[in-house]
Write a protein that binds this ligand. Structure first.
Ligand code: GDP
Ligand code: MG
Length: 440
């Protein structure tokens, strides 16, 4: 699916003149690919008409890059498709949250359970894992092994064959032990069969989870829609995790799942515990289209994305303080495109000093590590702009979470301070010069 869409965009980009016909051909091609992948007709129709509405070829000022504008409109509309807009449950700190994972066998449930637990543990949660898969031999051992590696408490049994009993026992035990995130792994079957759904419903009734997460293998493509629908009809699926995004299929399936209007919250990008990312629609679409692959970063130094710059500038302009979250966003953006200092020359005049030539690679690697460190920060920490809040014990927690030395976290804090100061000064000057400015 991703390939057909990028191919269509590519053809449009290669046309000598971009006119109505070229645009229509491109959109038809994309629509065909989406329909073939079972995306609902209405979604496809809306997507096409929205792109046409936004790209009015006749009114485009001369000198603007039409191809880029069309491409951007298409990417934006695909993002819209993924944006289900439906608020979903997020675990609340300070209470007990029970989260149940469902999905077909081999989709990556057990792996994802541990990743989810590990992700939250790094942010200061107290997760625990319950293995309610009594169907597959070795299921408990697998969970045990994963949990032990991540130092997460687990519950399960080799002898008991009733998944409902185990699920209830595990959840009760961890509730008593005051765990705030109790994760229930369930069994899957190869096919969507009545027995699977019945067992799932029973575990659901017995443990009354706050959230059910449907785990989907991204490579299944077209079958994704039916599968997601079937699961949704059996239990109330609140969120989706798409796994194996590192594989060939690049997750066209997620686009299809979007058609079921279930919000995707995370993606799995490998077998390891930390190969797990918060889902970001835009990044996802770019990856689906074969762009913005984070690993091939240096090869992808694309033209400066003016939209992103404007968006960032606007965000910055309305912020009194540069929080850690914003700092991470800046780094992520820079990390995605190239490096932030060379892409925001209007903000960081001293870009040469901050990113001396020849050191871009090291700086990018560092930024990447800083981003990972901030992934281990709690929301309170991300929303603050006072490095003093990050005291010794917090620094240790972040270092543990990110798997890096304490000294490196301190270095990140220092860097944050420098950049935040620099940005604040520049923003103040900008506001003085142009007090009424309200957009990018
Ligand atoms: P379950 O049957 O749904 O519990 O699935 P498992 O968690 O046992 O995963 C099945 C296989 O998929 C295992 O070999 C995992 O290592 C692998 N796997 C899970 N998630 C990912 C992922 O994001 N990327 C890759 N490459 N493999 C994954
Ligand atoms: Mg499993």
């Amino acid at each position: 699916l991703g390939e057909s869409i990028s191919q269509a965009i590519h053809e449009m980009s290669n046309a000598t003149i971009v006119d109505e016909k070229v645009l229509n051909d491109c959109l038809n091609e994309i629509a065909r690919a989406l329909l073939q992948a079972d995306v609902q007709f209405k979604l496809v129709r809306d997507m096409v008409s929205n792109v046409k509405k936004k790209v009015n070829l006749n009114n485009l000022a001369a000198g603007l890059n039409k191809r880029k504008i069309i491409e951007k409109a298409i990417v934006n509309e695909l993002c819209e498709m993924l944006d289900t807009g439906k608020p979903f449950f997020t675990p609340q700190k300070g209470k007990t949250n029970v989260v149940m994972f469902v999905g077909l066998q081999g989709s990556g449930k057990t792996t994802t359970c541990t990743k989810y637990a590990y992700y939250h543990q790094k942010k200061g949660w107290r997760p625990a894992l319950v293995c309610a898969d009594t169907f597959r031999a070795g299921a408990f051992d697998q969970l045990k092994q994963n949990a032990t590696k991540a130092k997460i408490p687990y519950y399960g049994s080799h002898l008991e064959s009733d998944p409902v009993k185990i699920a209830v026992e595990g959840v009760e035990r961890f509730k008593k032990e005051n765990h705030d995130l109790i994760i229930v792994d369930t069994s899957g079957r190869h096919k969507q069969e009545a027995a699977l759904f019945e067992e799932m419903r029973q575990v659901f009734e017995a443990t009354k989870p706050d959230l059910v997460i449907f785990v989907m293998d991204s490579s299944i493509g077209q079958a994704a829609f039916d599968q997601a629908q079937a699961f949704k009809q059996s239990v109330s699926v609140g969120a989706v995790v798409v796994t194996k995004m590192d594989g060939h299929a690049k997750g066209g399936g997620a686009l299809i799942v979007a058609a079921t209007k279930s919000p995707v919250i995370f993606i799995g990008t490998g077998e390891h515990m930390d190969q797990f990312e918060v889902f970001d629609a835009k990044q996802f679409i770019l990856r689906l289209l074969g762009k913005g692959d984070l690993s091939g970063l240096l090869d992808k130094i694309e033209a400066v994305d003016m939209d992103q710059q404007a968006e960032l500038l606007q965000q910055l302009y309305h912020k009194e303080n540069i929080t850690f979250g914003l700092y991470q966003y800046i780094l992520k953006m820079g990390y995605q495109v190239c490096n932030v200092t060379s892409h925001l020359p209007f903000l960081l005049g001293k870009s040469k000093e901050l990113a001396p030539e020849g050191q871009e690679k090291e700086i990018l690697a560092k930024n990447k590590r800083y981003i990972i460190m901030m992934d281990s920060m709690t929301n309170e920490e991300l929303n603050c702009s006072n490095p003093k809040l990050i005291n010794g014990s917090r620094i240790m927690r972040i270092a543990r979470g990110a798997g890096c030395p304490v000294g490196e976290v301190m270095e990140m804090l220092k860097k944050y301070k420098d950049i935040a100061n620099e940005l604040s000064v520049r923003l103040r000057n900008m506001k003085k010069q142009n007090p009424r400015r309200s957009d990018g």
